[in-house]
Design a protein around this ligand. Sequence first.
Ligand SMILES: NC(=O)C1=CN([C@@H]2O[C@H](COP(=O)(O)OP(=O)(O)OC[C@H]3O[C@@H](n4cnc5c(N)ncnc54)[C@H](O)[C@@H]3O)[C@@H](O)[C@H]2O)C=CC1
Ligand SMILES: O=C(O)C(=O)COP(=O)(O)O
Length: 529
Amino acid sequence: MIYTVLITDPISEDGIQPLQLHPNIDVVIRNDLTEEELFTIIPNIHALLVRSQTNITRQLIEKANNLKIIARAGVGVDNIDLTAATAHGILVVNAPHANTNSAAEHTIAMLFSLARKIPQASISLKQREWNRKAFIGVELKGKTLGIIGLGRIGAEVAFRAIGQRMRVMAYDPFLTEEKGEELGILPASLDEVIEQSDFITIHTPLLENTKHLLDARAFQKMKTGVHIINCARGGIIDEHALYHAIQTNKVAGAALDVFQVEPPFHSNLLDLPEVIATPHLGASTVEAQENVAVEVSHDIIRFFTGKVVQNPVNVSSVPKEAMNQVAPYFTLSERLGQFLIHLADDVVEEINLFYSGPFTNFEVGPLTRNTIKGILQRHLGEQVNHVNALYLADQRGIKINENKTSSLKGFTNLITIEMITKQESFRISGTLLDGLGPRIVELNDYQVDIFPKGNIVLIYHHDLPGVIGKVGNLLGNYQINIATMQVDRSNLGGEAMMLLTVDKPLNVECLHTLKSLTEIYNVKTIQLI
Ligand SMILES: NC(=O)C1=CN([C@@H]2O[C@H](COP(=O)(O)OP(=O)(O)OC[C@H]3O[C@@H](n4cnc5c(N)ncnc54)[C@H](O)[C@@H]3O)[C@@H](O)[C@H]2O)C=CC1
Ligand SMILES: O=C(O)C(=O)COP(=O)(O)O
């Protein structure tokens, strides 16, 4: 059988040599295709090799009758509809490590360019101007660099910035004190990074909870004269808010490699002299392009020759027999993890899993991996899967303990997850009810009964008359319908908890108003898809 690999983005010719040389692979390079042409050609393609420019939509996947594997020659898979690919049984692989160095170097290049206004000065001189006064810069030495997202690229940037004698602080939900110490940086909260930095650089993926992470409120809290760098993804910064912050001199300059819409020809940010910009060049070096192309080429070959791929994004590698036993508990275990991570305000250090009931007789490893996947995915995105969940947790210093117990508390099966963060601990228990599906039955010391899906609001409040009415009225004012409500309390007049399921998510203003009610001391919103 000959497999056709279609390459639709510019790629290193040297890097795809392994594919070109393979006797069963036919490589078609077409980075000039219109969307229409791509739709025409896709039914005959077995593998698609892309970078960030090709949008792999559900509609395209639905047409791709023979497509078995999509290879992303890079990190971010936000241009691929992963749900549709998974639903159609198409494997997605990427090259998560191969362009880290290039992206980090580009960030450092942006840092220097911003500090010394090199692009602006170069343009000016080429226009035959000799304007030395206009381009007075600032030194990096002694300044604070705030890194948001200390993963592969963030850590490399930190390492280099320390070499420039900068003070480096970072916020990452999985950054421990020990890791900070090891890297020579200061672990901090998001607000501390935002408020104390002279330069802020972003290195998170674009996820539901990182969209507009830097918005008008965040810019308001920053030091006047701060510099912003984004070499991660457009959309993490609210571009309108950034424009306004530059216009009002809050932000002295911004270096942008990525944009909400690419190419950003209609963005007014490009009109500002304080903004320097590159056309998504973070990974565009000879070395990175060769590395990513080699890495995904080998995974495509591994896949077509029946070997295990190295960088799966959406695959489940649970053995069939174990799968049959644990499959009914899959949704429950993942949702418990997803729920818990929404409660954590600081770094997760330990996760303890307790299995009771039928689990004594079978391998619960796949369920543990599923829970950890649910926990990590909130901040690491779709890169987390069953294969790498424990590895990624271990890399972040999270201890995981699996236990089998006999404490069923009246249920026929019970999974309890305990998550210990630096300052708090949380416990959640769930069960699978025969014919009714998964239920959360305990949250910390409160008894509940909730189907773990949709929009959930968790309110910690004082046990006082009128609180329920106030909450109901407030949500009603924002046209938010309450589907279910449960209330439990530790003791009469003491601490109490209200758990609501609502028909749509609370907007920022509604959440803010809810939190400001005097009887309420904490609110968490949880979205389980
Ligand atoms: N401009 C370019 O050409 C390139 C851009 N990238 C982008 O850079 C980004 C980072 O890539 P990697 O470092 O390889 O990923 P990574 O997965 O190693 O690191 C991302 C880090 O962000 C953290 N994070 C998630 N949500 C957060 C939040 N709300 N606040 C703070 N931290 C949060 C995660 O815990 C993780 O440690 C990705 O979006 C990737 O697509 C990557 C390569 C090239
Ligand atoms: O790897 C990534 O996430 C990147 O953003 C690089 O994108 P590119 O492959 O250069 O289109």
